[in-house]
Design a protein around this ligand. Structure first.
Ligand SMILES: Cc1cc2nc3c(=O)[nH]c(=O)nc-3n(C[C@H](O)[C@H](O)[C@H](O)COP(=O)(O)O)c2cc1C
Length: 365
């Protein structure tokens, strides 16, 4: 944002691309606040103590303990200073180590279950939140998004979504398919691998799920192959969703572009809606609400509501449902001091009586 401009908006100049302005601070580039600088806060006694410590190690520990109780974005200049200083980066010191004797000897899903059920993981922290990464073929372009884990069984980790899109994860996993109008149905599971691959139309079933449980200084990384759930299985979960979410699922062709604007148009509209005395704050809040495509979605919701009026049980959309990530490897990571973390990975090495056989390896941190 250029503050020299009276309305706070301007078009980027060629100089911007050569010397881009920093938007967030890289480690080490926040100066220690000085008493003469009125824009920064005074360090707290804890922070001052940390600064006076002669050894980097003790400064790091002080920084870690200052931040331990609040893992969210640092708010004060002092906290930012502590976080940003390279030698004082977060240290993982407050939890016991992970040893192989704590791990389930044969099954990473059971191991995951015991970590997931750890009573120190508070439900309010939403431990089921994870990041699903997928990659498009043939470009190899990777994308990742946050999703909720909904089920875990002996076969793998299940998440629910709209897979009918030719954008985002729908495209990555199930390919672009035939050009049709509207979201595509999810391929049926259980088909032979060749059939499924043909159905996938160039999709890439390799995906990864990552969980971060920062209070416990733990990470779990799952890599494997995605398989669609049966319609019956997806139906079971669909029935538990509230009606509004069901309507929403029908109404949204997820990740399809609803609206777009060229920068010139937006800058022009923004200029027209700004009160010059208030710089970047629009004079009339209503003015800010220019058409930005939301109404297209709302209209679609109204249409779906009409369509299902009087229908007691809204059916499961063919493009919506669960997929299971069937693991090929699962890593359990426990943060340790000085970045000497404990990392154990289960790697699938075959099958025994229809069940996967796992080898456990310790990874270098
Ligand atoms: C906390 C949180 C939980 C989410 N859970 C889900 C989910 O369970 N399923 C889902 O499809 N999208 C979920 N989303 C939205 C996704 O991050 C993403 O925007 C959406 O799936 C579209 O991704 P795509 O464009 O890659 O298909 C969640 C987002 C957040 C922030």
């Amino acid at each position: 944002m250029n503050l020299d401009s009276p309305d706070g908006v301007r078009s980027p100049s060629p100089a911007d691309t050569k010397h881009p302005k920093k938007l967030i601070f890289a480690p080490g580039d926040i100066e220690t606040p000085t008493p003469t600088d009125p824009t920064t806060q005074q360090p707290t006694p804890e922070a001052s103590a940390a600064k006076q410590a002669t050894k980097e190690e003790s400064a790091a520990v002080a920084a870690a303990s200052a931040l331990r109780t609040d893992t969210s974005t640092p708010t004060s200049a002092t906290e930012q200073d502590l976080v940003a200083h390279a030698a004082r980066a977060h240290q993982f010191v407050s939890n016991p180590p992970l040893t192989v004797s704590q791990l389930h000897p044969t099954n990473p899903l059971h191991q995951f279950h015991s970590w997931f059920r750890d009573p120190r993981l508070l439900p309010a922290s939403a431990p089921e939140t994870c990041t699903l990464a997928t990659a498009a073929l043939p470009s190899g372009r990777v994308s990742a998004r946050v999703v909720y884990l909904k089920e875990l069984d002996e076969r793998g980790w299940t998440v629910y979504s709209n897979w009918g899109s030719r954008e985002g994860k729908g495209r990555d996993v199930f390919g672009v398919g035939e050009a049709e109008d509207g979201p595509r149905p999810i391929p049926e599971p259980g088909a032979g691998d060749e059939d499924l691959q043909a159905d996938l139309g160039g999709g890439n079933r390799w995906a990864a799920l990552t969980f971060l449980w920062s209070a416990l200084e733990r990470q779990v990384r799952v890599e494997g192959l995605v398989e669609p759930l049966s319609r019956e299985e997806s139906e079971l979960y669909w029935r538990t969703r509230e009606r509004g979410s069901q309507i929403g699922a029908w109404a949204s062709w997820q990740s399809k572009v609803l609206w777009r604007a060229e920068p010139e148009t937006l800058l022009e509209r923004r200029r027209n809606s700004l009160d010059p005395t208030l710089h970047q704050v629009p004079g009339n809040v209503e003015e800010r609400d220019i058409d930005d495509g939301r109404e297209v979605l709302e209209a679609r919701v109204r249409e779906v509501e009409r369509r299902f009026e009087g229908v007691k049980e809204i059916p499961l959309p063919p493009f919506w449902g669960g997929v299971r990530l069937v693991p090929e490897s699962v890593e359990f990571w426990q943060g340790r001091k000085s970045r000497l973390h404990d990392r154990f990975r289960y790697v699938k090495v075959g099958e025994e009586m229809g069940a996967p056989r796992w080898r456990i390896e310790r990874l270098s941190p």
